[in-house]
Design a protein around this ligand. Sequence first.
Ligand code: C5J
Length: 220
Amino acid sequence: MSVITAAPFDFPLQSGALGLIVIDMQRDFIEPGGFGASLGNDVTPLQAIVPTTARLIAGFRAAGLPVIHTRECHRADLSDCPPAKRGRGGASPTIGDPGPMGRILIAGEPGAEIIPELAPLAGEAVIDKPGKGAFYATPLGDILADLGLRQLVFAGVTTEVCVQSTLREANDRGFECVLAEDATESYFPAFKQATLEMIRAQGAIAGWTATVDDILTGIG
Ligand code: C5J
């Protein structure tokens, strides 16, 4: 049986069961002037994972394995954005406000688009999600079932928010999950480190973590 060298122990690959989910690699989180920056964050650490994430995506495509992308964004009328979310964090501008890349976190605006380096290919699922987790109010569960996936590699931003929320729900739904250590990032290095450690703690209580090199070797 093939494995991915991972922590806390090797991840056993099942035939035809593996897919990649790339979370929220959008201009609004990665480029200056977007939502992440409006919360007062330095976006440069997130830009640093773009090459490794691109390599991971390319490896899945080359292996003929599904790649699914998500985008955190809301309808133009904000009907899917709870006021409690919009008001949180003291961002200025905040969700729905005009910014240098269009209205912040609004579907169809330039800032909500996935960065060009990681642009989805035709035929790859792109899930627009109003929550932090990618299952809430989206067709993600049905898409994964249709693809017959039972094992998921996760990449994207931010590690402790949308990536972790989605990975934990996937784990609860019975998926075996691997977080790509060098294809995920946070605005807060300590939060990323804590997330990696808590996911793989207690015998992979929520999943595994592995480097992009080890994931690509495993699926190669
Ligand atoms: C955040 C995300 N951090 N994609 N969104 O608000 O993690």
